[in-house]
Write a new protein. Structure first.
Length: 100
């Protein structure tokens, strides 16, 4: 869904089965835009009584806003931190291409 200013919006909505408290990870497949984005956006995370009413907010919990970033050029370098064998085992990290 896009807002009036064309900002993408992702809404996760619980229907009939409640989500148990805990830590969750959400992964999204994305691609960088074809043109430069010179205005940083922001991510808003929150729990609301009825997310369908967003942006009218009836909070269940405090929301959190995390700053986004400007995309103005290709990344010049990317790499991985070296982990110990124990860290690799505990995190399940697999850096080889084609492995997950």
């Amino acid at each position: 869904l896009k807002e009036a200013d064309s900002t993408p919006r992702i809404t996760l909505k619980v229907e009939d089965t409640p989500i148990a408290p805990g830590y969750y990870m959400i992964e999204l497949t994305v691609a960088n835009p074809a043109t430069r984005i010179l205005t940083a956006g922001e991510w808003t995370f929150g729990s609301y009584t009825d997310v369908s009413d967003y942006p009218t907010k009836h909070y269940l919990d405090n929301e959190m806003v995390a700053p986004g970033f400007v995309i103005n050029s290709r990344m010049s370098y990317a790499g991985f931190y070296t982990l110990t064998e124990t860290q690799l085992t505990n995190t399940g990290r697999e850096d080889r291409p084609g492995y997950t």
